[in-house]
Design a binder for this molecule. Structure first.
Ligand code: GRF
Length: 217
């Protein structure tokens, strides 16, 4: 039986796209990627879609008069492909109420921090500058305000004393891939609901224990 039809929207490298491609390829996975959309014709992720034989489209925001026309084109492509869930994965355009409202609770994002901390950009630099002992990532439903919306899955990684933004980014992105794949699978299994702007997950077992950084001994 065909799975939940998902689209992945990218602007660049597409490593989260790659993780979703690999996750969805597993036998019996409850989701299938039916479309990849990039607003950037040079996005590396387009090659990943092509290599996997997944239909892809470039919808370049620069070809449109304004955000409304751009978002209408996005919406048409997604609707035509029968998309049921849209996954933003490094999609670098802000989306307005027009699009976000149309796809409410069917539009998710992965962000490389433990939201609601460290919204925006240059996250890893800011995490290190703040002296935080942990960072991580958040898969969440999208709302109009940037990097906001009901949280589905989070994952944490330690921040190490000699970390640079690059080394921390590498640690975070690795866990993003697992975190986003899990969020998509839970949604595709029909186990995720949004109630009062909080996410409820049927049958989820809680992570156990505390992590302390630095370790006690
Ligand atoms: C990731 O860090 C994601 O959290 C953020 O943009 C980056 C995209 O990386 N929204 P990639 O294109 O998936 O490799």
């Amino acid at each position: 039986m065909a799975g939940l039809k998902i689209a992945v929207m990218i602007s660049g490298r597409g490593s989260n796209l790659q993780a979703l491609i690999e996750a969805c390829a597993a036998p019996g996975h409850p989701a299938e990627i039916v479309l990849v959309v990039s607003n950037n014709p040079d996005a590396q992720g387009l090659g990943r879609a092509a290599a996997a034989g997944i239909p892809f489209q470039v919808i370049d925001h620069r070809d449109f008069e304004g955000r409304e026309d751009f978002e209408t084109a996005l919406d048409s492509a997604l609707t035509e492909a029968g998309v049921e869930l849209v996954c933003l994965a490094g999609f670098m355009r802000l989306l307005t109420e027009l699009f976000v409202g149309r796809w409410r609770d069917r539009l998710i994002n992965i962000h490389p921090s433990l939201l609601p901390a460290f919204k925006g950009i240059n996250i890893h630099e800011r995490v290190i500058a703040a002296g935080a002992r942990f960072s991580g990532c958040t898969a969440h439903f999208v709302r109009v305000s940037m990097d906001d919306g009901p949280i589905i899955v989070q994952s944490i990684v330690p921040v190490l004393p000699d970390d640079t933004a690059e080394t921390l980014a590498a640690r975070v992105i690795a866990t993003e891939h697992r975190c986003y794949s899990l969020a998509v699978r839970l949604i595709a299994e029909g186990r995720v609901r949004v109630r009062n702007e909080l996410v409820l997950i049927d049958g989820a077992s809680a992570a156990e224990g505390a992590m302390i950084n630095p370790a006690l001994e």
